[in-house]
Ligand binder design. Structure first.
Ligand SMILES: [Zn+2]
Length: 60
């Protein structure tokens, strides 16, 4: 069923996936580590984007 809320719900679903992935990294002990260079992600970046997978240098 297509509703006006569908895009919003799809976005929320994507956010949940991000959070799930972040929790997995937390459990694996690699949370806050850049997936590209392996460097620690800055605390201020994690504060702004808790599900960030990469450091500011490798973002986007
Ligand atoms: Zn990096």
């Amino acid at each position: 069923m297509q509703t006006e809320y569908e895009p919003v719900l799809e976005q929320a679903d994507a956010v949940l996936d991000e959070v799930d992935a972040a929790l997995v990294r937390l459990a694996d002990g690699v949370y806050g580590v850049c997936a590209s260079c392996g460097e620690r992600i800055a605390d201020e970046r994690l504060a702004a984007a808790p599900t960030a997978r990469t450091c500011g240098l490798h973002a986007g």
